[in-house]
Design a protein around this ligand. Structure first.
Ligand code: CP
Ligand code: NVA
Length: 302
């Protein structure tokens, strides 16, 4: 059997994506709490960048499913002394069943997938954050019951989180609008691929107030992603009109929910009153990383 990967949302079918979300909702409800479907499996965690939610939720998920997690710190491995990614991938495939990656360059994930014979999961790259998209869509489903007939608006930097949300938006007839300056639009290939493969058009508009009109979900992320610090001043300047504050939120539907993948830079892309306000679902969204991590690993490894 071919190894299943989750390098991007596009690696799995819409049907499987929905199944993973529904299974995560079951896990959250307490179903199969005692089951250990992955006893005897080992999962590596290869992280080149900091993480709170992704690392901890996956480590807990691995434990709760009965598998073993192994921290692969690139600085402590021979890769840090120049051993090739290809050789490392071949060797690690002889020990492990899956590796979760957080990498500076998406190419690292592709190289590992090319040379390894185990499941590869993207726990964030410069281009995609598919595990986040699973938790995002689960949170939307919990609150809006369906992906059909709703309007989701993502405001700010068209980054890895936005790219994966775009790929996930094909799960239903939901309308996805991205409000950003043209320079910080999401990846063009991602947008054209959802158009060509699924006939889905993603609207990109520059006015955040126009974008959030009639929105059921308003989502934002940091303006400066990890690895983009050199561009900080320019990004903060060009994105300053895209702050998710109470004034902008008032322009959305009254029952709109607020989402943010976290960590947040409070006072920058989102204000305290909005992130801590009654419409915010950001901490449920963060919790859902655990439930979706469990259902993803079960799907990939069982
Ligand atoms: N949302 C998210 O991926 O958070 P971490 O960077 O803490 O893993
Ligand atoms: N876009 C952010 C997400 C962090 C979870 C980053 O890449 O830093």
């Amino acid at each position: 059997m071919m190894n299943k990967h989750f390098r991007t949302v596009n690696d799995i079918t819409i049907d499987d994506f929905n199944k993973i979300i529904n299974r995560a909702i079951e896990f959250k409800s307490g179903k199969d709490k005692e089951k250990r479907p992955l006893i005897g499996k080992s999962v590596g965690l290869f992280f080149e960048k900091p993480s709170t939610r992704t690392r901890v939720s996956f480590e807990v998920a691995i434990y709760q499913l009965g598998a073993n997690s192994i921290n692969l710190n690139s600085k402590e491995m021979q890769i840090g002394r120049g051993e090739t990614l290809a050789d490392t991938a071949i060797v690690l495939s002889r020990y492990l069943d899956c590796i979760i990656f957080r990498v500076r360059s998406h190419r690292t994930i592709e190289t590992f997938a090319k040379y390894s014979s185990i499941s590869i999961v993207n726990g964030l790259s410069d281009l995609h954050h598919p595990c986040q998209a699973l938790a995002d869509m689960m949170t939307i489903k919990e609150n809006k019951k369906s992906f059909d007939d709703i309007k989701v608006v993502y405001i700010g930097d068209g980054n890895n989180v936005a790219n994966s949300l775009i790929e996930a938006s094909i799960c239903g007839s939901m309308e996805l609008v991205i409000a950003c300056p043209e320079e910080f639009s999401p990846d063009k290939d991602v947008i054209s691929q959802v158009k060509e493969k699924y006939g889905k058009t993603i609207e990109i508009i520059s006015d955040p107030y126009e974008a959030v009109s009639q929105a059921d979900v308003v989502y934002t992320d940091v303006w400066v992603s990890m690895g983009q610090e050199a561009d900080m001043e320019r990004k903060q300047l060009l994105l300053k009109n895209y702050q998710l504050n109470s004034d902008l939120l008032r322009a959305a539907k009254k029952d709109a929910i607020v989402m943010h993948c976290l960590p947040a830079y409070r006072g920058q892309e989102i204000t305290d009153d909005v992130i801590d306000g009654p419409q915010s679902r950001v901490f449920d969204q963060a919790e859902n990383r655990l439930h979706t991590a469990k259902s993803l690993l079960e799907f990939l490894l069982q």
